[in-house]
Design a protein around this ligand. Structure first.
Ligand SMILES: Cc1cc2nc3c(=O)[nH]c(=O)nc-3n(C[C@H](O)[C@H](O)[C@H](O)COP(=O)(O)OP(=O)(O)OC[C@H]3O[C@@H](n4cnc5c(N)ncnc54)[C@H](O)[C@@H]3O)c2cc1C
Length: 304
């Protein structure tokens, strides 16, 4: 019930405006958001690199309403790639296609993504294409596939364990040797397309994870679920899958204890590092995943 309310509030523009312009917000967002500027995000990525953690920079924003705005997102990400290269950081970027104009024109969106992946390729890194709600799945995977073939890789798709279709998507992506990030899924989806119970999502996650580890192209296991991570560690040991054939991914600021444990164990871990002013929908999804975070926020606000 609380999760549903938080996801509903994540789409409310009046609340979003109030929160994003409130001077108090930085106090409680800094745990999950690396900063408001690219410089701040690059500083965080440097600190993470010092702790042997890779990163993926996410310039926060989604659902642009004009072609100029979409081009602005592309340009911000081009700057992020240049910043990564000039500081020699082990980092990728993560983008959302609705931020690149997918709701306005598929062709313009494709052109914007192509410009970014071309730069990523020239700098020896890659662009990870986040997956938004189920309404975007087909269009997003089509663009990923087109870009992958055009640039010979340098792109990663995201597949979600809560969607019934994901087993087929993984089979198709693996056949094309497209890298995949596997996550559980953060949006509210109806029972026609997605499992509703956590136990079903977790069961599907384990199934898809094992398939990806066996047949995928450098998969990313994106989760903070300790039971899932332990199962992954057991599986790679049993199947003798080398640590350089996959990576773990976690969100900035979440389960830092587990992040340390994995890097100390010699595994690759990438932190998803969000930054920018448009932090509200991202932040609300993190609250919805774990309403106990509300207590953390309340404490920070009271501490004032
Ligand atoms: C690198 C990365 C990229 C992602 N990209 C996408 C994407 O493109 N599209 C998409 O829909 N979703 C994405 N997600 C979000 C994902 O779908 C889940 O919503 C999120 O990761 C929570 O699921 P979980 O696997 O951690 O398991 P859960 O069962 O939700 O959580 C397991 C445990 O992790 C900890 N935890 C989880 N979430 C939080 C939190 N917010 N705050 C504090 N502790 C928490 C808690 O200890 C919890 O008990 C991404 C996640 C990661 C890590």
């Amino acid at each position: 019930m609380l999760r549903r309310t938080l996801l509903l509030l994540s789409g409310q523009s009046w609340l979003r405006h109030w929160m994003e312009t409130s001077s108090a917000s930085r106090r409680f967002t800094s745990r999950f958001i690396a900063g408001r500027t690219l410089d701040e995000a690059l500083r965080v990525a440097s600190q993470l690199a010092g702790d042997h953690i890779l990163s993926s920079l996410d310039f926060l924003g989604e659902n642009v309403t004009s072609i100029d705005e979409a081009a602005g997102s592309r340009d911000s990400y081009l700057k992020a790639l240049d910043g990564i290269a000039s500081r020699h950081l082990p980092a990728t970027v993560s983008i959302k296609l609705s931020q690149f104009g997918l709701d306005l024109s598929e062709q313009i969106c494709l052109n914007n993504v192509a410009a970014l992946v071309e730069r990523a390729k020239s700098l020896g890194t890659r662009v990870e294409i986040d997956m938004e709600s189920a309404a975007y799945t087909d269009r997003t995977l089509n663009i990923v596939s087109e870009i992958h073939h055009r640039f010979g890789g340098h792109v990663r798709a995201v597949v979600k364990a809560y969607l019934y279709r994901s087993e087929q998507d993984i089979a198709r992506l693996s056949r094309q040797r497209i890298a995949v990030r596997l996550c559980k899924g953060a949006y509210r989806e109806p029972a026609e397309v997605a499992f509703q119970q956590k136990a079903d999502v977790d069961r599907n996650y384990l199934l898809l994870m094992k398939t990806l580890l066996e047949t995928g192209e450098y998969p990313a296991i994106a989760s903070h679920d300790e039971a899932i991570l332990n199962e992954c560690l057991l599986y790679v040991r049993e199947k003798r899958i080398a640590p350089d054939r996959f990576e773990f991914q976690m969100l900035y600021g979440i389960r830092r204890d587990l992040q340390r444990k994995l890097t100390q164990g010699g595994f690759k871990l990438r932190s998803y590092v969000p930054y920018g002013d448009a932090w509200y929908p991202y932040f609300m999804r993190r609250l919805a995943e774990r309403p106990a975070n509300l207590l953390f926020i309340a404490k920070n606000v009271l501490r004032g």
